[in-house]
Write a protein that binds this ligand. Structure first.
Ligand SMILES: [Fe+2]
Length: 185
């Protein structure tokens, strides 16, 4: 007597189920910002304003948040972090300076922190250079040029839930403000 075929299992084996695209790694974000920074047509399309930063939102890989940003001479971000997001950025025009802390700060529960000696890192990112960073990376990005606009590409994943802004007086870092996306309009 022929055997009846077994009914299909009610759910697909886990190896065949559909799952969202994996989150991009910081290396993939860095690859994206470097390739995008080399896209002359895109970079040249950014409107520049001598009075302030300009930006255009881009589609980053794997659902990440990406931006093309123009920096007039002498502008900068101030100290901040990107909470749980990791990210990468690359310079497309000019030179940017990143000042960063070589420490992962507690995410909450403090208002001021006295930084230990030796935590400051500074790097210059000329055209074509980029860097990736992990969670709770605290930094400021500056265009220290006195006469040349800079342009850069940035990507973050997950898309930025918030930015914490800090003031810095010597070794003392003070949490000043938590900004959420609706405040960035
Ligand atoms: Fe940043």
């Amino acid at each position: 007597m022929p055997q009846h075929a077994s009914p299909l299992p009610p759910t697909l084996p886990s190896s065949l189920s559909f799952s969202p695209a994996p989150a991009p790694t910081s290396a993939e974000l860095l690859d994206f910002v470097r390739r995008t920074a080399a896209d002359r047509e895109l970079v040249d399309s950014l409107p520049l304003d001598p009075e302030g930063r300009t930006w255009v939102r881009l589609d980053g890989p794997g659902g990440s948040e990406a931006w093309l940003i123009g920096w007039p001479p002498g502008t900068g971000t101030g100290w901040h972090d990107h909470a749980e997001s990791l990210g990468a950025f690359a310079t497309a025009r000019g030179t940017l300076t990143e000042n960063a802390l070589a420490v992962r700060l507690p995410a909450s529960g403090w208002k001021t922190l006295e930084l230990a000696d030796g935590l400051d890192r500074s790097r210059r990112l000329p055209e074509g250079a980029g860097r990736a960073f992990g969670h709770h990376h605290v930094h400021e990005v500056l265009n220290e040029s006195t006469d040349t606009h800079a342009i850069s590409v940035h990507a973050y994943h997950p898309p930025l839930p918030l930015i914490r802004r800090f003031s810095r007086t010597g070794a003392v870092l003070r949490l000043e403000q938590v900004e959420r996306p609706e405040e960035w309009q």
